[in-house]
Ligand binder design. Structure first.
Ligand code: OGA
Ligand code: NI
Length: 358
C-alpha cells in the first residue's frame, strides 16, 4: 500500500484549469484518439436504457409482498443493459434538490476553502482530482468529493465539508448528506433483495453474502471544458462494488453506457436515479447480472454535477459466486477475492475499462 501514501505529482484542480479561460486543454487531458468521445458509430447514441417503476418494490421484512413484475423488470435490466433508470423510488424530490444544491455549493466555494479537504490516495476521502497513482497518467476532466457512510467505524466527519457559518447554516452539508445516505442505503437494500429474488434465491441471500454493508459516495464535478471532443470527464470503467445509484443533473447529459461496440448517451429523466450493478454483483451472480462499462463526456457550455452512491459488500471477506448458482453446467467463473483486494486495482491504476471481470 506504500504507493498509496501520496499522489505521484502535484494535484491540479480541473475547475481551476476551466476557470483560467484557456482555450486549449493541457496535453495530460488529451485522450488517445480511440478513446475520444466522437469515436463510435453515430446514430445509436439516442437509444434508451430501461426505465423501472419502483413504486411496488417492498421495503419491509415481508418478502412475499414483493411485486413479481418489479423484481423481473430489475433483473431483466441487470442481465441485459446492466443499467436502468429508477422512477417512483421513494426518495423525495426535495431531498434530491437539497443534496444537489449543497454539493454544487461546495464546488463553488473559494479554492482555499475546498483545499482544506484535499484527499490522499490511501483512503481517497475528501476533495480529489484524480483516480490512480500512475505517474504521468492521462487524466480525466473532473474533480470529485469522496466520503464514507458505513461501516460506522469509517465515518470521519472531519472529512465531510461544513461551510463557514457566515455563509450558510453550519451543518447543512452534514445533515443533508446524512439524510441522503440513509435514504439511499434503504433503497439499495430494497434493490439488493429484488436482485436476490431475480436469481431465484431467497430475498436475504445477497444481503447475507454482503454481510456488513459498506456505503460510500463520490460526488463528481465536471467543469466546462473548452475542447470536449478530446477528453472525458471520467474514463471508461465498470464500478468495482455492489450497486451504484447515480443522481445526475436533469438538464445536462454526460453519462454513456457501453452497448456492444458503441456508447449510448443516457437521457436522464427528472428526479430519476440511474442504477447499475458493479463487479461484485457480477461475481456473486456468477455473471448472470452484468457490470457494464460506462464513461462520462464533458461539454463546453455547462458544468455537470453527479452523485454516485456506492453500496458494497463487507470489504474483508472473500466474495465469489454464490454456491447455489454454481453447477457442473455452469461452473464458477471467478475465484473468491476480498473487496479490499479488488478495489486496490482501481485505486492504484485509475479507471481502466473492464479488465478484472471480463
Ligand atoms: C462513477 C460514475 C457517472 C457520472 O462515479 O462511477 O460512473 O455520470 N459516474 O458521473
Ligand atoms: Ni461508474
Amino acid at each position: 500500500m506504500d504507493c498509496l501514501r501520496d499522489w505521484p505529482e502535484p494535484i491540479v484542480r480541473v475547475q481551476s484549469l476551466s476557470e483560467s479561460g484557456a482555450e486549449i486543454i493541457p496535453a495530460r487531458y488529451v485522450k488517445p484518439p480511440a478513446e475520444r468521445p466522437s469515436v463510435g458509430p453515430p446514430g445509436v447514441t439516442e437509444a434508451c436504457i430501461p426505465v423501472v417503476d419502483l413504486a411496488l418494490l417492498e421495503d419491509g421484512a415481508d418478502a412475499s409482498s414483493c411485486d413479481a413484475a418489479t423484481v423481473k423488470a430489475i433483473a431483466d435490466a441487470c442481465r441485459g443493459a446492466g443499467f436502468f433508470q429508477a422512477v417512483n423510488h421513494g426518495v423525495s424530490p426535495g431531498l434530491l434538490r437539497r443534496a444537489r444544491e449543497v454539493w454544487r455549493g461546495f464546488f463553488h466555494l473559494p479554492m482555499e476553502e475546498k483545499q482544506r479537504y484535499a484527499n490522499l490516495p490511501n483512503t481517497y476521502e475528501g476533495y480529489g482530482s484524480r483516480l490512480g497513482v500512475d505517474k504521468g497518467a492521462i487524466l480525466d476532466w473532473g474533480d470529485y468529493y469522496f466520503l464514507h457512510f458505513l461501516p460506522l467505524c469509517l465515518i470521519n466527519h472531519q472529512k465531510w465539508p461544513a461551510l463557514p457559518p457566515t455563509l450558510r447554516l453550519m451543518n447543512e452539508y452534514r445533515e443533508t448528506t446524512d439524510e441522503y445516505g440513509e435514504e439511499l442505503t434503504k433503497l439499495c437494500r430494497r434493490i439488493l433483495r429484488a436482485l436476490s429474488m431475480g436469481l431465484g434465491l431467497e430475498a436475504d441471500r445477497l444481503p447475507e453474502a454482503f454481510d456488513e454493508e459498506g456505503v460510500c459516495m463520490r460526488v463528481n464535478f465536471y467543469p466546462k471544458c473548452p475542447q470536449p471532443d478530446l477528453t472525458l470527464g471520467l474514463s471508461a470503467h465498470s464500478d468495482p462494488g455492489g450497486i451504484t445509484i447515480l443522481l445526475v443533473d436533469d438538464h445536462v447529459a454526460g453519462l454513456q453506457v457501453r452497448k456492444d461496440n458503441s456508447w449510448i448517451t443516457v437521457r436522464p429523466l427528472p428526479d430519476a436515479f440511474i442504477v447499475n450493478v458493479g463487479d461484485q454483483i457480477q461475481v456473486l451472480s456468477n455473471a448472470t447480472y452484468k457490470s457494464v462499462e460506462h464513461r462520462v463526456t464533458v461539454n463546453a457550455a455547462s458544468e455537470r454535477l453527479s452523485m454516485a452512491f456506492f453500496y458494497n459488500p463487507r470489504s474483508d471477506i472473500p466474495i465469489g459466486p454464490i454456491p447455489e448458482l454454481v453447477s457442473p453446467a455452469r461452473p464458477a467463473l471467478y475465484q473468491p477475492m476480498t473487496y479490499d483486494q479488488y478495489r486496490l486495482f482501481i485505486r492504484q491504476r485509475g479507471p481502466r475499462g473492464k479488465k478484472l471481470v471480463g
